[in-house]
Design a protein around this ligand. Structure first.
Ligand SMILES: [Zn+2]
Length: 389
């Protein structure tokens, strides 16, 4: 199966298989992006392959491809990198052989998310094949650094685009957002995630002489109580309530007659749009200072919360989904974070793609019928976003 010629229809399944056969485990590209660029160039896209290389990390290949020079620019964003296959012997079909069996296309990246990239290319091919030089632009923003550290990917590509004066008017991220059936869920935002390590310093001593010591365990308990006594907030219109979960408490004191001088705890906060990592840091510091004593707080932010309120992009996607599948998608902010966290600073963004049940698992696969339907949905979204004048 080779992908196509300019005049033949681009087959989403054949293209997905070609992409899966290139084992692009982060940060390797394995020829995936040059191959995708060659397919898009034959369709009339102008392609820019950009390698980014932050010192101390592996270089990563990225792609920005654009069809058209005028009008609104609808961008499709995604990643060609995949997570490792794990135990290859456990796979029914080789993770990079991209074979069809029982109505499924098997392979690492089939669901997350080479399948969606192939569907968008197939949709764009049919759209430009019919509409030719329409008043508008279609672009693809593809990174090879989503599953890894995400420092040589989408964020840098967006910076690079902004410096060139390139504008995105709306963006669809093709992550596998469908929960059980294709079309049951769109993501319009994601919660933020903050990890913290709290270390309390006291004075070690003999349990029989507590007046000569300062028990770090007691102060840690008081501090964790202060953080967990009341909920952080309530659910908002589009988000669940923010939550703080203590994941570990470590003192490591083997003796029953020693007052510990140090006590440590770790916790994770998943937060909605009422908070930012800065406001959370302020809140944490205020609560901990109120308990008092010496402590250290180390904070790592994996992603801020973000939301694109229901509007043109999610409405367009929902209408396209309903047209093709008859389903009315839930607009959700559940799950982990995605590269949409970078894109929402530039334009309205919504995420929609295949069913994610097998992503990152052995025997990752998608129904062939879903690939055809997803290509139809993206095509319908293009029709709705660029109506005939
Ligand atoms: Zn993904």
């Amino acid at each position: 199966m080779t992908a196509q010629n300019r005049n033949e229809p681009l087959d989403a399944v054949a293209l997905a298989a070609e992409l899966i056969r290139r084992p692009s485990v982060t940060p390797e590209d394995a020829g995936t992006i040059p191959y995708l660029a060659s397919v898009l160039e034959r369709l009339g896209f102008t392609c820019h392959q950009q390698e980014f290389h932050e010192p101390g990390s592996e270089p990563v290949m990225n792609l920005y491809a654009r069809y058209g020079k005028t009008g609104r620019n609808l961008c499709f964003a995604g990643h060609t990198d995949v997570v490792p296959p794990g135990d290859v012997a456990a796979w029914t079909i080789g993770p990079f052989s991209a074979e069809l069996a029982a109505g499924y296309l098997f392979g690492r990246g089939a669901a997350d998310m080479k399948g969606a990239i192939a569907c968008f290319a197939a949709a764009a091919a049919r759209f430009v094949g019919e509409r030719g030089d329409f008043d508008g632009s279609i672009s693809l923003l593809i990174t090879g650094d989503e599953e890894g550290v995400s420092i040589n990917g989408t964020k840098k590509l967006l910076d690079w685009l902004a410096k060139r004066g390139e504008r995105l008017d709306a963006c669809i991220v093709g992550e596998p957002t469908s929960a059980r059936e294709l079309g049951d869920m769109i993501k319009i935002g994601r919660r933020g995630s903050l990890n913290a390590t709290l270390t309390v310093r006291g004075v070690q001593g003999h349990t029989a002489y507590p007046h000569l010591a300062d028990n770090a365990a007691h102060r840690l308990i008081a501090m964790l109580h202060a953080l967990t006594a009341a909920p952080l907030d309530e659910a908002t219109e589009h988000f669940q309530a923010s939550t703080l979960q203590v994941s570990s408490i470590d003192i490591g004191n083997p003796a029953s007659n020693i007052i510990p001088g140090t006590a440590e705890a770790r916790f994770n906060i998943r937060y909605n749009e009422r908070w930012s990592s800065a406001s959370l840091r302020e809140w944490l510091t205020r609560k901990l200072d109120a308990v008092g004593g010496r402590y250290e707080l180390a904070i790592h932010v994996s992603g801020e919360s973000f939301l694109t309120p229901p509007g043109e992009v999610s409405d367009t996607l929902a209408a396209a989904i309903e047209h093709v599948t008859g389903r009315s998608p839930e607009r959700s902010t559940s799950g982990g974070t995605s590269d949409a966290r970078f894109i929402h600073h530039y334009c309205p963004v919504a995420e929609f793609g295949l069913v994610g049940l097998t992503m990152h698992k052995v025997d990752e696969r998608v129904p062939v019928a879903d690939l055809a339907a997803l290509a139809d949905i993206y095509r319908a979204a293009l029709d709705l976003y660029f109506p005939v004048a």
